[in-house]
Design a binder for this molecule. Sequence first.
Ligand SMILES: Cc1cc2nc3c(=O)[nH]c(=O)nc-3n(C[C@H](O)[C@H](O)[C@H](O)COP(=O)(O)O)c2cc1C
Length: 350
Amino acid sequence: MSKNSFLNIFKAILFKIPGLHKSLKNLKKAVGDAALKTRFINFKRDIVEDWKYINWDRKGVDYWKLSSELIFYYHKLEKGLCLPPENRRWFGLQPAEKTLELLNEWDKFNLPKTAPVYQAACGVLSAYCQFTKNISSNDPSAKLIVTKLERYLQQVSFDSRFITPILPDITPDSSFDILQQLSQSRRSTRNFSNKVVDLELISKAVHVAQLSPSACNRQPWKLHIYDKREDIDNMLALQNGNRGFGHKVPLLGVMCCDLGSFFDSTERYEPHLDGGLFLMTFILALQSQGIASCCLNWCVNPDRDIAAHRVGNIASNERILTFLAIGYSEEATLVPLSARRPLTDVLIKH
Ligand SMILES: Cc1cc2nc3c(=O)[nH]c(=O)nc-3n(C[C@H](O)[C@H](O)[C@H](O)COP(=O)(O)O)c2cc1C
């Protein structure tokens, strides 16, 4: 029997199975479906990136992952010291031991003891020892851990700027009005003047944006700034929302988060959340200095994303969240009204 007639008989038998013909047809259609392809290639990339970068496995010295893990553990102690007085009991043996272990790793790799993350860790451990001694727990582990921590802390001098916990600054009464005015005057600008933006003002805005909250204070942010025309043009050629004004963008920001700040895939959305919080503060800090901006979406397939990492010299473990056009508005620039939805669409009171 020829190969073809064998196949025909095989098909005829298969298609006698109820529903199979239709299912195969649907499957064939779905495979050719562009939306399905897009979904598949993007999810596949997410899984690969997640696998490669969202973890705290360290081979040798890795400042970023080590500092992220260190913050993660000492933050547990730091926040525990600030709970309501009725919940103040002895706590934190495991995170204290882990913090100490990570500080030893820090020393093993000769990382600088002047680094804020290291200094802050020591500040927290010192406060934790004081707290444990004050609470006079009967648990023998309490005494033991204090001895271990104090032995380590003896050989460290840490700056008084890292003493914790603290009383928060007072919020001035005028804050709401100022925030409202700032938010109202901030508009996405799509017509920039050629006035040069002093990079010192960008640094000042980043400094304020660093005060944004982030999951366990790990601060996964990386903001890339490009000020050379060629670099800006090359990057904007990869983005699809700057047509008609991209050539006038004097400064380009690319907001990223380092995926190595996160321990496993339950945290896979944190980069977006932490990055978004940083970006909003940054944009307002720019606005408060008279500098306009426009977010530029980064809704692209993996090939484009890989190209932007290459063109922008961005490490592959950094997730690009969005581009940001930055500059001074041209005089009398118009902006869309961009009317907002009613409050009832947004605020759901339970
Ligand atoms: C994540 C994000 C992506 C955006 N992408 C673009 C873009 O590609 N091109 C553009 O012209 N505007 C873009 N925008 C600006 C929005 O269109 C704008 O924020 C919105 O219409 C509200 O207007 P307003 O910013 O002036 O208040 C983006 C905004 C955000 C937050």
